[in-house]
Design a protein around this ligand. Structure first.
Ligand code: G4P
Length: 190
């Protein structure tokens, strides 16, 4: 998606050869008009696929997911990393290990909001090692829901997330694929 690539080039900062900082439009401050374009773009791709729900994980997956849900006319549910006091129904849970932060989080979604018969579009801001996506997939499986595809805003193609997910048979659909962050330069695939 050209508009997204342009934002990455103009505003992204390479922190080291593994980390791309995009906190001016995606992970801290949010650019609603860019999110709106992302929503339109993804909605167009999946409009005839029988998706019933958008599923993401807090916090930075929520902004793109909400705009995708808006343009598809679908509800958006996000997995929580910390149990909310008001989450008193049955929970679907799974463990997600973050290589970046070196911590394991238990993520949870109420079984009220993810059910058998749902066909899910999984959305996240970054795809690095694929652990967050795998955690969300596990929650969908527990619910008896199917997965249409994994829709990612920024894929770091030099890490192994895509391969891991594709090997398990999932469709990975990324709006921008970053091939390398070496020498302070952002290189894309395509
Ligand atoms: P994985 O889910 O693909 O295995 O990724 P990893 O554990 O490496 O990522 C942990 C967190 O770091 C995730 O956010 C992920 O979105 C984010 N992240 C990974 N690579 C980058 C990067 O290059 N730049 C930026 N800005 N973020 C990256 P999180 O900690 O789960 O949550 P949140 O920040 O959305 O709250």
């Amino acid at each position: 998606m050209e508009l997204l690539k342009q934002a990455i080039i103009e505003q992204g900062r390479v922190l080291d050869e593994n980390i791309l900082k995009v906190d001016s439009f995606l992970t801290h401050q949010i650019d609603p008009s860019l999110m709106n374009e992302i929503g339109k773009h993804v909605a167009e791709t999946y409009k005839d696929k029988g998706v019933t729900k958008i599923v993401t994980i807090e916090s930075s997956g929520i902004a793109p997911a909400v705009f995708i849900g808006l343009h598809m006319g679908l509800p958006v549910v996000f997995a929580r990393k910390q149990k909310s006091l008001t989450m008193n129904s049955e929970l679907l849970t799974s463990e997600v290990y973050s290589f970046t932060k070196q911590v394991t989080n238990t993520i949870a979604i109420s079984n009220k909001y993810l059910e058998e018969g749902d066909n899910v579009l999984v959305v996240d801001d970054f795809l690095a090692n694929g652990q967050a996506a795998l955690g969300l997939i596990e929650l969908c499986k527990q619910a008896g829901a199917t997965i249409e595809a994994i829709s990612i805003v920024i894929e770091k193609s030099f890490q192994d997330g895509r391969q891991l997910l594709e090997e398990k048979g999932y469709v990975v659909d990324s709006l921008a694929r970053v091939n390398s962050l070496k020498n302070n330069k952002i290189e894309f695939i395509d």
